[in-house]
Design a protein around this ligand. Structure first.
Ligand SMILES: Nc1nc2c(c(=O)[nH]1)N[C@H]1C(S)=C(S)[C@@H](COP(=O)(O)OP(=O)(O)OC[C@H]3O[C@@H](n4cnc5c(=O)[nH]c(N)nc54)[C@H](O)[C@@H]3O)O[C@H]1N2
Ligand SMILES: Nc1nc2c(c(=O)[nH]1)N[C@H]1C(S)=C(S)[C@@H](COP(=O)(O)OP(=O)(O)OC[C@H]3O[C@@H](n4cnc5c(=O)[nH]c(N)nc54)[C@H](O)[C@@H]3O)O[C@H]1N2
Ligand code: SF4
Ligand SMILES: [Mo]
Length: 706
């Protein structure tokens, strides 16, 4: 083991910006983080990054495995052999009873590349199951699907983030980086911003202060708004006809849908004034003439049951303006989780093998089976997508066991009440985590694992740039790494130990071989090249230069052209009515991360935002008999949530907003609709119909679940 060093340069454990930081070891042996210079964060960190080291020493950090003998008993501490033997015994018994697909795996875009790869391999070889998917399905799957459709390849940003800063105009559709990636705002200070968000967010305020625009559509109407922008761009003469002819196909059928959305028509549906649509088209069009505009999408426009088509509509707009595949302009999706990009490339997705290969492609199966030393026919086929998998647990024909690595779905999955019921109904739930998350608390076995600063690995950030996460200190006594856990379980399930190495760099080398020749080719990512500089944008083929900018010569479809997709607007899965008259939309706060399992344990972050709130227009609140600071109850067809009222005069009258970082009675996902996008299987996190009223439970402490 390496002795702890005084200062280690690494990257933040949280989001996809992957800000660089120094971890300094103090005299008391505790670590503290400070920013390091790097192209994405340029010496900045957000509040979560600054406090990230606090999670290493939270008082309730797990350092012994926990086991529950049966459903009615408590979790008690056991040794590792007892925990692992128990899991293996139960898995083998379940598999013998009902076949390999009775065991399922749920992974995460927070896991390193090495862990994501090992998890996919573990599922297919050690368990032999097709039932593996991950939380990235809730994150950027719609943008990934639309990117594949348009460009033949999905890399969130096919250009370095630093390129964006020199553009004249950046359109941000459903992204609030001022809260979700604050250091990114440094790249967005020069361009005029066009922010598409139902709320007057911190990002929208920056846009208005800098000569940009804020368009505030009714949640769930972005598809029509994007079509209308295409309409206005054409009518106002901004279509780059030479580019469209030379580099794309399918403009006319896509245009037919846009033709129906002239700005006045769109205003009726979206509430965005027609003149704002025209102004946005002119602002974008002028910058596009100079090849100096970007269109970027975030979860606000993507997390819908029509998210893939909505992103296609934004890409259609970018293509009409001639932005993608040209220096100085482009389309990108702002990937979310720390390894949201790498996490979708190495085989923890239900339909996928490493190298961003399709699991039902015979050539892909042959290649990966050769690297794994197995018969291609022994590899299972595609499995269920994340929500469908969670929803099938414990039901007839569904899995009876789940192994969970890096997600807290009882807080973060849609219709969380239903997901909790399914998880509780399992024969065996195993959670690997470093804290007892709300989901781990329901598990039969909890395995205490190492945190980011205690192990090494690689991450791929929002620009497709592969980074080195370095170990600063050894894990606490009694704690194992995820790779060690997978290896120990695989051996107990009859696999040779050398097939599941525990050294991250050994896994990286194998991942490189498995990805070689695939779309996301990592065969040239080596420890030496990572040490020499972190500018390895994939594809990085062995012996070749990395690829910071994709598509400059041609797109990845066989004909080299980008494709317009003909997409039509459609309503949300659930529109408001008399019983549930408001739209609830959900998202993030600067100080909390995801399900909050980590950040709610950091005193500085938790005291700043200790409980959930609902953001409401004062008139909407008054109509419901509510004032600032009152406890409100929000009810949807799925369940209800209690939240403190925060009045916001710029809010839309028809929309309330809640952050989703809180659990139990405060969980926004008690309300959300599990309708899925037909292509990406992304749930509709951003639109549910709700009713707002005073909390009838008069004890605010119990009502808010504190
Ligand atoms: N502080 C913090 N930062 C994070 C995270 C975190 O949990 N906390 N998570 C990371 C992850 S995994 C992700 S995916 C990213 C997400 O980063 P973002 O995409 O910026 O995050 P969200 O807040 O989910 O959604 C962005 C905006 O969408 C708006 N919105 C809601 N409905 C609609 C709609 O119908 N149309 C449009 N156009 N906008 C709508 C919301 O008002 C919100 O302001 O953040 C990453 N960074
Ligand atoms: N309503 C609503 N719901 C949403 C969203 C929304 O906008 N609105 N956004 C969705 C999005 S974009 C996302 S990405 C999901 C995320 O939601 P989740 O999938 O729940 O993600 P996290 O909260 O990051 O959960 C990570 C868990 O894994 C643990 N963990 C972290 N790193 C590791 C590791 O390396 N190994 C192991 N074994 N454990 C680890 C943490 O302690 C934590 O308990 O939420 C989705 N849910
Ligand atoms: S912006 Fe993201 S990567 Fe940077 S410090 Fe904050 S959470 Fe960490
Ligand atoms: Mo995400």
């Amino acid at each position: 083991m390496n002795p702890p060093s005084a200062s280690t340069r690494t990257h933040c454990p949280y989001c996809a910006l992957q800000c660089a930081m120094h971890l300094d070891t103090g005299a008391d042996g505790r670590l503290s983080a400070r920013p390091a210079d790097f192209p994405t964060n340029r010496g900045g960190l957000c509040r979560k990054g600054w406090t990230s080291a606090d999670v290493l020493t939270v008082p309730d950090r797990l350092n012994r495995p926990l086991l529950r003998k049966d459903r009615d008993s408590d979790l008690v501490e056991v040794d590792w052999d007892t925990a692992l033997d128990h899991i293996a015994e139960r898995l083998l018994a379940l598999r013998a009873e009902s076949g390999p697909d009775t065991v399922s795996v749920f992974g995460s875009g927070g896991l390193t590349n090495e862990k994501s790869y090992a998890l996919g391999k573990f599922a297919r070889l050690a368990l032999g199951t097709s039932q593996i998917d991950y939380n990235g399905r809730f994150c950027m799957s719609s943008a990934a699907a639309a990117g594949m459709r348009a460009f033949g390849l999905d890399r969130g940003m096919p250009f370095p983030l630093t390129d964006v800063g020199s553009a004249e105009v950046v359109l941000l559709a459903g992204a609030n980086p001022a809260e979700t990636m604050p250091p990114m705002m440094g790249h967005l200070s020069a361009p005029a911003l066009i922010v598409i968000d139902p709320r007057r967010t911190a990002t929208a305020r920056v846009a208005l202060d800098n000569g940009g625009l804020h368009l505030a559509p009714r949640p769930g109407t972005d598809l029509a708004l994007a079509l209308s922008l295409l309409h206005a761009v054409r009518v106002q003469g901004w279509v780059d006809t030479d580019y469209v002819a030379a580099r794309t196909s399918g403009f006319e059928p896509a245009w037919e849908h846009a033709a129906a959305w002239w700005p006045e028509q769109t205003e009726l549906l979206t509430g965005v004034p027609a003149e704002q649509i025209r102004a946005a088209a002119d602002l974008l069009g002028k910058a596009a003439r100079n090849h100096s505009a970007y269109i970027l999408t975030g979860r606000g426009t993507e997390q819908h049951a029509k998210g893939t088509d909505t992103v296609s509509a934004w890409i259609n707009l970018a293509l009409a303006l001639g932005l993608p595949g040209r220096a100085g302009s482009g389309y990108g999706c702002i990937t979310g989780q720390g390894n949201g990009q790498g996490g979708r490339e190495h085989g923890q997705k239900a339909d996928q093998l490493p190298g961003y290969r399709k699991i039902d492609d015979p050539a892909a199966r042959d290649h990966v089976a050769r690297v794994w030393g197995v018969d291609p026919d022994s590899l299972p086929g595609p499995g269920r997508s994340a929500f469908e998998l969670l929803d099938a647990l414990g039901t007839p024909g569904g899995p009876r066991a789940m192994l969970l690595f890096g997600s807290n779905p009882v807080v973060s999955a849609p219709d969380a009440g239903r997901v909790r019921e399914r998880l509780v109904g399992l024969d065996l739930l195993v959670a690997a985590d470093f804290v007892l998350s709300e989901t781990a608390a329901l598990a039969d076995v909890v395995l205490p694992v190492a945190q980011w600063a205690e192990e090494s690995g690689t991450m791929t950030n929002l620009e497709g740039r592969v980074l080195r996460r370095r170990r600063a200190i050894p894990p606490p006594e009694g704690v194992r790494t995820d790779l060690e856990v997978l290896s120990a379980l695989a051996v107990r399930l009859g696999q040779p130990a050398e097939r599941f190495p525990t050294e991250p760099d050994t896994v990286l080398a194998e991942l490189g071989a498995a990805s070689a020749g695939g779309a996301a080719d990592y065969s040239g990512v080596t420890p030496e090249r990572l040490a020499a500089g972190e500018a390895l944008h994939w594809p990085v083929r062995a012996g070749q230069e990395p690829t910071p900018r994709l598509f400059l010569d041609s797109f990845a479809h066989p004909d080299g052209r980008a494709r317009f997709t003909a997409v039509a607007h459609r309503p949300a899965a659930e529109e408001p009515d008399t019983e549930f008259p408001l739209i609830a939309t959900t998202g993030r706060l600067m100080g909390h991360y995801q399900s909050g399992a980590q950040t709610r344990r950091v005193p500085e972050l938790n005291s700043a935002e200790p409980e959930v709130y609902v953001e409401v227009h004062p008139d909407t609140a008054a109509r419901a008999g509510l004032a600032a600071g009152d406890l409100a109850r929000l009810t949807s067809r799925r369940g209800h949530t209690s939240a403190r009222v925060r009045l916001e005069p710029t809010a839309r009258l028809d929309t309330v907003f809640m952050p989703f970082h809180y659990a139990g009675a405060q969980a926004a996902n008690n309300l959300t609709h599990p309708a899925l996008d037909p292509t990406s299987r992304m749930p509709e996190f951003k639109v549910s119909a709700v009713r707002l009223e005073p909390e009838p439970d008069h004890d605010p402490a119990t009502a808010a679940g504190r």
